[in-house]
Design a protein around this ligand. Structure first.
Ligand SMILES: [Zn+2]
Length: 418
């Protein structure tokens, strides 16, 4: 099959005017100018007319569990109050509600042109009951604040549940890519997951090449808890029973880095990093390997966190990706909306670089840089199209696109077109 468009945005090199992509099964076999592609490849031609073809978007941080909480939690001044509110909402939901919520989330993400998602779920045991419509990297989100002595058991049972998941990357393309387990572990955050839980995840991450992610330095209240040993989050977490004698001296980042030997060896995917001190930046400067960082612009606006230090983090060499976070602090699962929110906050960043943060960069974070996020031979044929009547300012037009994506070649776990 040959798909022709007004332009093909490969995400490597300039967009190809009057371009085309040759696809065989779930794999891209050729990309270039339409005339050349027709000469080199046989197959039916799908002419998309005045549309740009680009790689499907990749959401680097999401919680589809909470799709059903859209609009349910009014913006609050306190992050801790938001945690209380989401806990109250969650307590009213059944397993069936969560399954429906995750399925609704897949539908919405796909409608907005997302073809791969890094999805954190607090219920990995429910995964067999949901129907991923897009390529999904499942992360088991773990909290052991009430039973830290069971950290190892918690990880073991999460891995058991994740082990039953069919690989979202189990096609020939992905197998040739750098090996990576199709799932990951997500100790929720420093204030809800014990040091033992982080240590165990780190061990598994290193031994099994499992992806690792966590929420870090998200709110001022988290900074207050760890650095100053006080504040609303400190009081709330203390009331749950967490020993607080490790609080009062280190920033969240210092706490995270001051871990059992070896943590720095794993390039964690760190969500947020909103609250950082000058000392933290000094540490980040020395940190190797560089972590992947996920910024969630609209969730960030919702919580009114400190301005995200995009320029500083980028200049230190971090791989910065965008995510939606959940609909408990956001309005849609559209990465186009996310790109626009980012652009509003960072108008100096080029639209091309913004698009990289939902294609090339998250593919790298998920260790799929050789199979996802670009239109290249041998890459997965996860493709989307958006209207584009002229190739001028094409990246600007893509970022400005607002609405449902009409053409999506998304693949499910088995590589079938959906
Ligand atoms: Zn999150």
């Amino acid at each position: 099959m040959i798909i022709r468009g007004r332009a093909v945005v490969t995400m490597h090199g300039p967009p190809v005017e009057n371009g085309a992509v040759a696809v065989s099964g779930n794999r891209i076999v050729d990309v270039g100018r339409f005339d050349d592609i027709k000469t080199r490849n046989a197959g039916n031609v799908i002419d998309l007319g005045e549309q740009a073809l680009l790689p499907g978007l990749i959401n680097a941080h999401c919680h589809l569990d909470y799709t059903c909480l859209r609009g349910k939690i009014a913006r609050r001044n306190s992050f801790t109050d938001w945690i209380r509110a989401i806990n109250a909402e969650k307590s009213d939901l059944s397993s069936e509600d969560f399954v429906a919520s995750i399925n609704d989330g897949f539908n919405e993400a796909k409608r907005f042109g997302t073809t791969t998602i890094a999805n954190l779920t607090a219920f990995p045991e429910l995964i067999p009951q949901v129907q991923p419509l897009i390529r999904t990297f499942w992360f088991a989100e773990m909290i052991d604040i009430r039973a830290p002595e069971r950290a190892d058991d918690l990880v073991t049972s999460a891995i058991e549940s994740l082990g039953k998941v069919r690989s979202p990357a189990c096609n020939a393309v992905a197998k040739r890519a750098r090996p990576s387990a199709p799932f990951g572990l997500a100790p929720h955050a420093l204030f809800t997951a014990s040091k033992d839980l982080f240590r165990r995840c780190e061990e598994i991450g290193q031994q099994e090449h499992v992806l690792l992610t966590t929420h870090l330095a998200e709110s001022r209240e988290e900074m207050e808890m760890f650095r100053d040993g006080c504040g609303p989050l400190y009081e709330f977490i203390k009331s749950i029973g967490r020993p607080m004698n490790d609080c009062g001296s280190k920033t969240p980042l210092e706490f995270f880095l001051d871990a059992p030997a070896g943590r720095a060896l794993t390039p964690w995917i760190l969500a947020h990093l909103n609250e950082l001190t000058q000392g933290d930046f000094d540490l980040l400067k020395q940190s190797t390997p560089k972590f992947h960082i996920v910024h969630c612009p609209r969730s960030h606006n919702y919580f009114r966190h400190s301005p995200f230090a995009f320029d500083r983090l980028r200049s230190l060499g971090f791989n910065i990706c965008l995510g939606t976070d959940s609909l408990a602090s956001n309005e849609t699962l559209s990465l186009f909306d996310e790109m626009r929110a980012f652009q509003k906050n960072f108008p100096q960043v080029s639209p091309k670089e913004i698009l990289q943060m939902v294609t090339v960069n998250p593919a790298r974070a998920l260790r799929q840089e050789n199979s996802l996020g670009q239109i290249r031979p041998d890459f997965a044929a996860d493709l989307i199209a958006v209207p584009c009547s002229t190739s001028a300012d094409i990246f600007e037009k893509i970022v400005a696109f607002d609405g449902a994506v009409h053409l999506v070649f998304a693949r499910n776990a088995e590589g079938q077109i959906l």
